[in-house]
Design a protein around this ligand. Structure first.
Ligand code: GDP
Length: 468
């Protein structure tokens, strides 16, 4: 027994020593992959890893194109307490006999991919082969939105949350329930659970309606904390909070949520990231309409606060001078639109993150925006329709039908979507976008190649190319 315990201590000590050596030797990159739920994180990581393991379609990644990457392999990850990203199951879903989309991200997970690199050309004589470990950390963007809660009191958060709920159809049930209760009445658990349940149902419904800002972030993705007091509260209107009242207990739980849920995530995981990709389903929001776009813009601004450590005392403390070196903002699912519209989507992405990008640049991080498809499910075509030429995309639908769709247009000038006053004047992506329920295509994998994609190689070049 003692021997076993000793072994596990030495293994852990060795693991930690290895992790430290890797970091100091500069041969590890911790890449955070985030985005609001359904933004495309799971598909992105699965396809990125499959394409790095089989780099035939990675021409835009210089080290893959010139053969400097000699071998790529998966390894046990260095963090013993994080779940492993279920790469094999997700890849099988996307590329197996019955191709479909994988299960989405529900919580944090990690995967280590190691790349053996030997530079070509004149450098090859000086530098021997080396190994770069890429630790990919997948986590919900909703958790980043919680950063905004740290600076708010329960009353401040309640005010904002209730104002938003009152403006949304989905908020009616919770608003009605509030009208029938007295927050100053003695606390009772069933009542707390009922209100938290109604608030969670509202958040889920708001998400369905295309809204992005749905706090607290863990309510929709609670993981193992489901049902715990720190996740069983809801916003309340201003008023008295006598001892042992519902209002007092909800305020206490809100503080516990910040202390026990939000801060540990930022400290243990977020502060250790070297590089970051923020995925955004901009097309989905544009199709859902001007309110959803506006909401996405606000959510992006809030998410990006997390990348500005200087402005936030808590972040400054946990980063201790370290910083995220590179941030990529990527609009996903670009295979829904013809390539002639990709430039417009990139410009929308740039405009959405403009303010935050300028500040992140200022803080020293390099940033870029692009439009990509992690798994390309369509092919392009041009068809004649009522006398005009239409750029369409063609793909496989549920029931194994194939169809071509015209999604509608994106605006040439992103301000048509984003600037006050012009917002909502016109509808965008008002063609067939809503009917484009494409599934991954079958039979696309060839030896030495990962799944088909759009610009995933360029994303990899930006994120890790300088270290290969
Ligand atoms: P997550 O919640 O961020 O992990 O999102 P997922 O990676 O599970 O993606 C959510 C959904 O978006 C998928 O089920 C697909 O329907 C769609 N999706 C994601 N990436 C792509 C892509 O590259 N092309 C297309 N056509 N759809 C995608």
């Amino acid at each position: 027994m003692i021997g076993e315990a000793f072994d596990s201590v030495t293994t852990r000590a060795e693991g930690m020593a290895r992790a430290l050596t890797d970091r100091f030797a500069g041969n590890t990159i911790r890449l955070g992959v985030t985005g609001l739920s359904r933004a495309g994180k799971t598909v992105f990581i699965t396809s990125l890893v499959a394409n790095l393991l089989n780099p035939g379609r990675m021409g835009g990644l210089r080290a893959a194109a010139d053969g400097a990457i000699r071998a790529t392999y998966l390894q046990p990850q260095p963090d013993d307490t994080l779940p492993r990203f279920d790469y094999e199951t997700h890849l099988d879903a996307m590329t197996g006999a019955d191709p479909r989309w994988p299960e989405s991200t529900r919580a944090i997970s990690e995967l280590r991919l190691s790349l053996k690199v030997q530079p070509n050309g004149i450098l090859s004589g000086f530098r021997g082969p080396r190994t770069l470990h890429l630790d990919i950390v997948d986590y919900p963007g909703e958790w980043l939105l919680d950063l905004g809660l740290l600076e708010k009191s329960f009353a401040e958060w309640s005010e904002g949350a209730l104002t938003r709920a009152a403006q949304r159809r989905a908020g009616a049930a919770y608003t009605d329930a509030l009208a029938a209760i007295d927050p100053a009445a003695p606390f009772a658990d069933p009542e707390a659970q009922r209100l938290a349940g109604l608030w969670t149902a509202y958040l889920a419904q708001a998400k369905e309606e295309g809204y992005s800002d749905c706090s607290p972030g863990r309510f929709l993705l609670p993981g193992e904390m489901a049902g715990s007091p720190a996740l069983t509260f809801a916003p309340l209107p201003p008023g008295d909070a006598p001892r042992k009242s519902l209002a007092q207990e909800f305020e206490r739980r809100f503080e516990a949520y910040k202390r026990e849920v939000v801060k540990p995530f930022f400290r243990a995981h977020f502060a250790k990231l070297d590089r970051q990709v923020v995925l955004v389903d901009a097309l989905g929001a544009i199709h859902a309409g001007p309110q959803a776009v506006d909401d996405l813009r606000v959510a992006m601004t809030d998410i990006l606060q997390a990348f500005r450590p200087g402005r936030n005392a808590f972040l400054t403390e946990i980063f201790r001078g370290k910083r995220v070196e590179k941030i990529l903002f990527a609009a996903t699912k670009a295979d829904h639109i013809h390539h002639t519209q990709h430039g417009r989507l990139t410009r929308i992405m740039e405009a959405l993150t403009d303010d935050a990008r300028r500040r992140a640049d200022y803080a020293g991080a390099r940033t870029a925006s692009m439009a990509l498809a992690s798994l390309r499910a369509t092919t392009e075509d041009t068809v004649r329709h009522e006398g005009t030429e239409l750029d369409v995309v063609r793909g496989r639908l549920p029931g194994d039908k194939r169809a071509a769709f015209w999604p509608g247009d994106l605006p040439e000038d992103p301000q048509a979507l984003l600037s006050e006053g012009r917002r909502g004047a016109e509808a965008w992506l008002d063609g067939d976008y809503g009917a484009m329920t494409f599934l991954p295509q079958g039979g696309t994998l060839k030896t030495g190649e990962g799944p088909p994609h759009i610009r995933l190689d360029r994303a990899a070049e930006f994120l890790i190319g300088d270290r290969l």
